[in-house]
Every structure is written in structure tokens, then in C-alpha cells.
Design a protein around this ligand. Sequence first.
Ligand code: CO
Length: 266
Amino acid sequence: MIKLCTPDELDKMRVVGRMMADLLNACCEQCRPGVTTGEIDAFCRAYLCTLGDGTAASGSLGYMGYPASLCVSVNEEVIHGIPGARVLQRGDIVSLDVCGSYHGYFGDNTRTVAVGGAETLTPDVRRLLRVTRQCLEEAVRAIRPGIHLSDVSHLIEKIATAGGCTVVREYTGHGVGHRLHEDPPVPNYGKPGRGPILHEGMTLAIEPMINLGKAAIRTLPDGWTVVSRDGLPTAHFEYTVAVLRDRAEILTPWFERDPWSADWMA
Ligand code: CO
């Protein structure tokens, strides 16, 4: 069952969305050479307590036993990387996935950032980041009431493929609201004209997970970390959005503090 938000509920989604975007941006700013992924987790936990009235909670900590306040996935790690002793280095790309709740509503968002700046990346990895970001931004731009959900999925796949990249198929975006994961699943591939029709008041996490090499993934023995099978880099960008009367609103506006956003928000 797909739940629709009332205008009052949407206001609460805006509040938690902005909090999660602030938290994500602050964590991204910690991704410098020499910093461990565990230090980013500690920063995230501490920052969470400073938000709002202090009751904001991580959506990942304790989720099915997940042990950290955010997911930190480096290079070939697609999602669910567990923070720990790994030291970030120049030229690494890091996907930070931050989700959480405040006053009963959830927000979910992700950025992939370059440790040491975009200049440290190879042209192929730069292309991966650009293509994955384009998947997200164009998907959000296409969203409005009346289209099929799979029109969005199809668009993401089309952009990824046109950019010479591949789509991870085993994990999807999702509805988000009173809970972190709600109906409907939002695949990043598929034929257009299928699945539910979008309605005003739907709130969705749109999150393309895109590989530079082949699409195949596997899960490491830690039971969480999902990596590309071929070991090539992978990227992940995510917004929580709301379907309005004639467009989507980004509820987790992390782009406001991302220097690359100038290329996308024209
Ligand atoms: Co998500």
C-alpha cells in the first residue's frame, strides 16, 4: 500500500529532510585524506544529537542489526559499507548514505564525494560521478502526478547506459515516510509505462546505484558490504522527494552545499 502525505505531514517530511541533508553535507566535509571511516561515523553520531530538539535518530543504527549511524562505501563498495579502521586516501570516492527520523518521519539521502577533490579522479571515475548524478537529477525533474513509476526507472537506466555505465539491479529506491522503507520499490531500470501511477503526496527515495564496469554485485562476508564483482568503482546519489501537484520537491536539499550543483540546478 502506497501512503500519501497530507500537507501537514509533508511539512514534517521537509523538517527531517533538511536535517538529514545538513547531516549528510557535514559528514561529506569530513571525507579528507587520512580520516578513517570510523571517524566519520563518530562525527555523524555526535552531529545527530545537535539537530533540532535532540531527538533525531539514525535510521541505519540497529536497522536489522546494522552497527553504524551511516553507511560509508569506498570505491568498489556500492552500499552498506560499515565504518571502521579504513583510512581515506586521495583519489578515493566515498558514498555516504545518511538516513534518520525526527518526530516520527524519515529522510534518506546519499552523496558520492571525491577524497582530495575531483582533480584526483581519473576521467572514467569523473564520468561515473557525472552520469550517476545526472540519473538522479533527471529522474527528479521527470517526476509529476500521472506518470508511471517505471517511467522514472526507465529514464535512469537510459541515462546510465548512454553514459557507458551499468545499473545495479538487486537494490532499489523506495517509498519513505513514517518508516524508512515503504511501498513502492523504485527500481533503477525497467520498461516505461508499468507499475503504480504517481500521485500528489507520495514521498519517494530516488537512489541510482551505478557501476563503471559490469552490473554484477556480491556481498562481503561481513554480511553487509555490497561490492561490484569486477572491483571497479561505483557511485550512488539519493534524494528523498515529494510528488507535488505539477513537479517533485527535493526534501533533502543537500545540493545547496555541493559545489557541483551549479551544473545541475540551472
Ligand atoms: Co534509501
